[in-house]
Design a protein around this ligand. Sequence first.
Ligand code: PEP
Ligand code: CO
Length: 417
Amino acid sequence: MAGTSLTLARRSPIRDGRRVAHGWTPLSWRDRDVRQQPAYPDPDALAAATRELAAYPGLVSLSEMDALHQALGEAQMRRAFLLQGGDCAESFAEFSPETIRAGHTLMDAMASLLARATGVPVIRLARLAGQFAKPRSTDPEVRGDARLPAYRGDIVNGIAFDRAARTPDPERMFRAYGQATATLSHLRSLSRASGKPIYTSHEALLLDYEAALVRIENGRAFSSAAHFLWIGDRTRFPGSAHVEFARGLANPVGIKCGPSLEPEALIAMLEALDPEREPGRVTLIIRMGADLIDHRLPPLIRAVRALGRPVLWSCDPMHGNTIKSASGYKTRALERIMAETRRFFEICTAEGAIPGGMHLEMTGQDVTECTGGLVPVMEENLGDRYHTHCDPRLNAGQALELAALVGGLARQTVQEA
Ligand code: PEP
Ligand code: CO
């Protein structure tokens, strides 16, 4: 695959003189600390798959990506607001036009509500059309006497707890690529009807796949897999392969900021990812949990502000508030999600940062995965329609309720400015 990337680079005309970041190649991450990758049993099959993918057309264009980059810069200045949301993990099983349409309708409704409340344009960034790979806290998974590789998302292996399903299979990358392509195409036609652009994003986790979708145009390397990529909380440590990979991409990038992130480590990542201090380049996705945000967020804001670094502050009130219900379901209470969201806005405002975005796991389907809401999902009903392949998502009603809260909070910050 290294050969393919170099071939791409040689073929690409360098018109504007811009070059890729110093010392970076689509595969330079291999020399760093690589975590959260599957153990493919057949390295030759993996190499063959990524070689083939490297020759496929990209999903997104450089010009669309630049438009998003610029819009995120506007959000940093309070002139736009970011709404990023979708599945925790897309699955092959839930792939249908109805699911995509319901997700689009929900995002549209939330974005309209937020735009009316704030008076600024809302950036629609779907967590979709490529969100297939999942990091895991424990691997292997043990049930009774059986030990099998953990499920790492449909792009890697199957969710069923049997040896055949759980064995990582590079052929799954093609199905993920195909589903992402069709999802994006459907989203595009829906967004043309509504007259508002929609952008796509996912966690850049499965590095062999991500590297195969890097394209080089006009001397600029970018991920053609999505407009926006983020680095997960488990892969954003000093020396990380994932930070190295993202460093060389022209895409706007996100960093998940969980409670273990120290200000020094954050600053080091910002220096690596954004040496030119470009507006719109980095979005910090804060996911501390309602209990820890008061303690962990202020030092990060102070460190970033002390250096005058431009970042977009966004709130993920989902991932720090995951619990296990008495009946064994992974769930989240809407109340806790709302509590963290409120504190995010209050802390940003008190510390002189602009709260400019939300990052949510949600679906247009009427699922029972998170508890609470005006038409409440009770703990005992979680089993009714619990469909997620990973973390619990807000259903449409819960997501709209949260959007109403965010609209109020964001309007206040716009008025105070
Ligand atoms: C996710 O966004 O699904 C996720 C795994 O988040 P985090 O990296 O913040 O834990
Ligand atoms: Co998740």
